[in-house]
Structure formats: structure tokens, C-alpha cells
Design a protein around this ligand. Structure first.
Ligand code: AMP
Length: 401
């Protein structure tokens, strides 16, 4: 069974074609700069790279480009789209409606549309992708996997802000949390790694990529997470502020900043980039720090400090845990960042082994010392693979029913 997984952004579509149930990747690609003068598409399949540069006006044309890439005579993965049995979509906001992945219907599309208000940058693009795929793939079942779904187990005491209750009742202002597919994936992988049932692990999971979030996981279920109503709250990220005093907004508004300008500053010009005034990329900053750059060092220190604070608070939430799990581009690969975060936590039962830490890069493995009470695990995330598995499970159910 072949499953296409799509992750549609406002100007890009990332895709992977899987053979299931093996979860083997047949092709992986991206169409970028949709709507710009010169769009670009790249695909890897069977060790071959295929690139295309042409104007792609919208998501429908992008889907046609993906069809041409997937069915390319020499460098494609299939001979016709008819070979695709199901399609899975990443959808960012599922609000309070979805606790798991679901089959797409017209009704579902209107619910996703309704949540666009809470995720204006993401949900409209996700929906455009679903509509384009439904048009192109005809009756092939489509599945939506929500970033928010795994966090729907978070209790009210953790998801409610200390605002007038009416704002929750009337406008659904609350913590939703994101990166759920990744937190769930690494939590399940960690359970398997420790040979425990998926509901028998207490974990702190750290998804550290360009976007960063952490989750407190009790008995395999998310009980708290660092992102909130939107993916802006919590950790310092590549270009996002994470936590800050909301009164900063009122202060800057009084100084003449418009809400749309502040939105851009907080989401696109802050975080590592804002502090360092150099880059949003940890690799770049680590190189600059080595060359003696103080701003790069400060940005990396602040990034690590925020994570350390969340580890402390989630240890209290969970009353201790089995393991801290690192994933995402930074969590999987940056030996120096893991060292920075985990230094001086010995009294809390967390101790890194420097040799193991250096060896585990981009692969699964434990990196704690023998003395550490809490295990420290690195697990490469696989959000697309998790979406493919959900899609497979739901569409197989559909076939069986
Ligand atoms: P992601 O969004 O998961 O692709 O992660 C992107 C982030 O991972 C960027 O900040 C990269 O600098 C960082 N990253 C990727 N590889 C490495 C590496 N080998 N060392 C340090 N940071 C890395």
C-alpha cells in the first residue's frame, strides 16, 4: 500500500511517498516558493535527485508538479498516481475537536477552516493542500493529522490561562500546544526503547528544531506543553520569542508599534536571530561562538537556560520522570547544545556522559552517565512516518469496516 504524506505551508509543500506497512520511503521532496516568479522543486528517490525550476502559481499547480516528479520516467517512484492508496496531511490546529487523526470529509474541512482564526499562518495552507490533493487524487481517502491532537489530554489546570474565564468560554483562549505528532512519536519510541508499554512511561520530551517545544508526559499522555494558544509561547526559538511578559506588548503599542508589526517582530525577528543579530541557525551560531563572537554565545546561553527552566518545572509537574528525550534538528545533532542544557543538574539526578553525548548524533541512543538517576535519550523524530502510520491505520480500518 502506497501512502503520500503532505505538509503544506503557505508557500511550500513538503511530501513523502511511503510503502506501508514497511514504512519505507520511496520518494521525498519539496516544492518551494509557490506563488513567486521562480519556484523550485526537488525530489530524492532511489538515490536519484530531481530538480525543477519553473513558475508555480498556486497549490494546485504545485500538486501537478509533484505528480510530474513522482511519475518521472527515470527519476520517479511510481508510474501513475493511481498507485497511491491514501494521503495523509499535517494540519496544525485542530482546536478542542480532535484528539487523534481523522478521515477528511467536507464537514472536516469546515472545522479546519473554522480553526484558521487560531492559526492564520498554517490552517488555510493545510486546507488548500487537502483540497488540491482531493481534487488530484479523486476518491483516494485523505487523513488529517493534527499538531494539537496529542496535547488534548492536558488537564484544565495546565491549559487554562489566568484570564477572565469568559475569554475561554467565548473565544476558546487556552493552551493547545503543537508539535504533537513529534512528541507522541518520540514518546512511543522511548517506551519501545525501554521495553515498556506506551502508557507506562513518564517523560520530558524536547523538540528542538527551528520551532521548539517541550512536553511533560505522564503515563504516555501529554499533561503539559510549552507552546500555547499559538506556537509562539514557551522556549526561545530560531526567530520566535517564546515566553515573555505580555505587558511588553502594551508598552510597545503605547510607543506606536502596530499589532501587525509586533506580530512580525515576535514571530520572525526574535529568538536566536533577534538576540544574536546574526542568525537563527544553531550551527551558524556555534561556529561564530567558537570564533569568539559574544552575541552568538549569549543567544545560545539564553536558548539553553530557558530549556533548563522548563526541565525543572516539568520534573515538578511529573514528580520525577524516567527520561528526558531530545529530538529535532538541534536536539538530535547539537552535542554542544545538549551539554549546555544538561550541565549542573547533578543534584536533580540528571548527569550527562560526555563521551556518549559526542557519539550520539542523528541517531537513537542514551547519553546519561552511570550515576544519572534519570535517563537521557536522543531519538530522531519522524513526523511524516507517524502521519503515514496513522493514515495506514485509519484507512485499513475503513477497508475492514
Ligand atoms: P529542524 O527545524 O528540526 O530541521 O532543525 C533546524 C535546526 O537544527 C537549526 O537551528 C540547525 O542549525 C540545527 N541543526 C541541524 N544540524 C545541526 C548540527 N549538526 N549541529 C547543530 N545544530 C544543528
Amino acid at each position: 500500500m502506497k501512502i503520500l504524506v503532505l505538509n503544506c505551508g503557505s508557500s511550500s509543500i513538503k511530501y513523502q511517498l511511503f510503502e506501508m506497512p514497511e514504512n519505507a520511503v520511496l520518494a521525498k521532496g519539496v516544492v518551494e516558493r509557490i506563488g513567486e516568479e521562480q519556484s523550485q522543486a526537488t525530489q530524492r528517490s532511489n538515490g536519484e535527485t530531481l530538480t525543477m525550476a519553473e513558475q508555480i502559481a498556486d497549490h494546485e499547480q504545485a500538486m501537478q508538479a509533484i505528480e510530474r516528479m513522482l511519475t518521472h520516467d527515470e527519476k520517479g517512484a511510481i508510474s501513475s498516481l493511481n498507485e497511491i492508496d491514501a494521503c495523509g496531511h499535517r494540519v496544525v490546529h485542530g482546536g478542542e475537536t480532535f484528539t487523534g487523526s481523522v478521515i477528511c470529509t467536507d464537514e472536516l474541512e469546515s472545522v479546519i477552516d473554522a480553526y484558521s482564526e487560531l492559526a492564520p499562518l498554517h490552517n488555510p495552507a493545510n486546507l488548500t493542500g487537502i483540497r488540491a490533493a482531493r481534487k488530484m487524487l479523486g476518491n483516494v481517502p485523505q487523513v488529517a493529522c493534527f499538531d494539537t491532537a496529542f496535547h488534548q489530554s492536558i488537564p484544565k489546570v495546565a491549559y487554562l490561562y489566568a484570564l477572565p474565564y469568559a475569554l475561554y468560554r467565548e473565544h476558546k483562549i487556552r493552551r493547545y500546544g503543537f508539535h504533537g505528532t513529534s512528541h507522541r512519536y518520540v514518546a512511543r519510541e522511548a517506551a519501545t526503547y525501554f521495553d515498556k508499554h506506551k502508557y507506562a512511561v513518564d517523560l520530558i520530551t524536547c523538540h528542538l528544531g527551528n520551532g521548539c517545544s517541550m512536553a511533560a508526559i505522564k503515563d504516555g499522555k501529554s499533561v503539559d506543553t510549552s507552546m500555547g494558544l499559538t506556537p509562539l509561547e514557551g522556549l526561545v526559538m530560531g526567530t520566535r520569542t517564546g515566553d515573555l511578559d505580555s505587558a511588553i506588548i502594551f508598552h510597545l503599542v503605547r510607543k506606536g508599534y502596530k499589532p501587525e508589526v509586533l506580530d512580525k517582530i515576535f514571530n520572525k525577528n526574535s529568538g536566536l536571530l533577534g538576540i544574536s543579530e546574526l542568525s537563527n541557525d544553531v550551527r551558524d551560531l556555534e561556529q561564530k561562538e567558537k570564533a569568539g563572537n559574544e552575541s552568538a554565545k549569549l543567544a545560545l546561553d539564553i536558548f539553553a537556560y530557558r530549556i533548563k527552566k522548563y526541565i525543572g518545572s516539568y520534573l515538578a509537574v511529573l514528580n520525577g520522570c524516567h527520561a528526558i528525550v531530545f529530538t529535532g534538528g538541534i536536539g538530535e545533532n547539537s552535542v554542544a547544545m545538549r551539554r549546555r542544557i544538561l550541565s549542573d543538574l547533578g543534584n536533580m539526578g540528571i548527569e550527562l556522559d560526555d563521551r556518549k553525548n559526542t557519539r550520539i548524533v542523528g541517531k537513537t541512543g542514551e547519553i546519561q552517565s552511570d550515576k544519572s538517576r534519570i535517563k537521557i535519550l536522543v531519538i530522531p523524530t519522524d513526523e511524516e512516518g507517524a502521519i503515514a502510520r496513522d493514515t495506514y491505520a485509519l484507512t485499513m480500518e475503513d477497508v475492514l469496516v
